[in-house]
Design a protein around this ligand. Sequence first.
Ligand SMILES: [Zn+2]
Length: 505
Amino acid sequence: MKTLSMMITNMEVHDVGMSLMLYNTLTKKKESFKPLRNKLVRIYFCGPTVQDVPHIGHARAYVAFDVLIRYLRYLGYRIMYVRNVTDIDDKIIRKANELKITPFEVAEMYWREFYEISKALNLIPPNIEPRATGHIPEIIELIKKLIEKGYAYVTNKGDVYFDVLKFKEYGKLSGQKIEELQAGARIEPGEDKRNPLDFALWKAAKPGEPSWPSPWGPGRPGWHIECSAMSLKYLGETIDIHAGGADLIFPHHENEIAQSEAATGKPFARFWVHIGLLNIKEEKMSKSLGNIIPVREVLRRYDAETIRYWIAKTHYRKPLNFEWKQLDEAEVILDKMYSIIFKAENEAKKRSKGELGIIEKEVARYEKDFLNAMNDDLNTPKALSILRNLVEYLDKNLVHLNKTQIEFIIGKIRELGWIFGILQQDLEERIDEKKLRGKDISKFAPPGFGLGEKLAEELLDILIDVRSELRRRKIFDLADSIREKLRVIGIVLEDTKEGTIWKIS
Ligand SMILES: [Zn+2]
């Protein structure tokens, strides 16, 4: 009987462990995640407004979400991931006026910077990255539909507003009642909307602003409507996950729900995932406080894996406090893990192959704990510590492991590390990253590393001297044979006026 009950308990643990529980801002609880369509997960992430360089707060949101994308892939899902670019907006127009260039140039310039940063941080690129200005016809169609259904109205100036009071469920995402929201809202001078909560779907063009023709006169789309239009176009009426920074819950995502659900009559997104914000010394990062830290500055000091490790150490929904010393700590830990892996890789070369034996089960235990942590609403701090334990396990047992076992453990470490985007480099790549930033490589490089290179250069210099001497003594056949033998191994000698130089071909 005991055996049977143990079996059932184990099965239950296994079942729970295999299901990803994800916190849903809409229902305010963790729910079992299953996509609507079999194995395909349709995801929309509210991307950047390209009006300035990305800062470390952006990096936190993108990297934390990238872990979810990677984990869903790891679980075997196919991903249809759309991340928009807001390339027309009040802030972009303001910046263009400041810089005395067009808003289109501003958007292009900062989109390029965003793209470079995304690559440098090893973010998985979205399947589609649509821009607002490329979707004006879709946006106009959606606004027309909302007017027809009585959810939106046109003002005398040619602005179009969404009528919040018509959408009975307004406030359901942020958990606020319309009356409460109304108490805090007011109509700005120059706005002729019916209710302070009503938000712009279409803004009539002011002189000198970029505009597009519409049934309501020339103008440009409001911010919220672009996401609804592009999500509907590429992902359909009901998607699996809609995500963004926690600062977007209200009003942006609340408004997206209102517009989309008013237009289609269907739930817009099943799961709403929000990434916690980043603070600098407990303060919000903002221009007015002068505490903005561009991602590029952080990347100058730390490699992407260190930044990713530091971000994953905090649960994605919690606020993350930025401190340089935390990045130092992350780098030390990561280097320690790398030094163990490199040492083990080096040892494996000297050992012979053998049975996996007990190692298979031992590693499976770590893996199961790791997956259970990840399945619990992406408990990355816990999963990271389990991964560290697995690396320590390799270190402790290295003396008596065979080649097959070492390779198996390292394979699993690298496989699980991929979910965080860490531990993916080989020794040379890691050394290069360090050298690039002028860092000490002795901590994790094996003894004697780098000596080989220096030695080779010195030997080459000796060979060149010998060859020159042979030529001086007119022993050309021997001199030529040295040159030919070097050519075969990829080193080309060139005789110049200043002497002989060598190149790697
Ligand atoms: Zn959005």
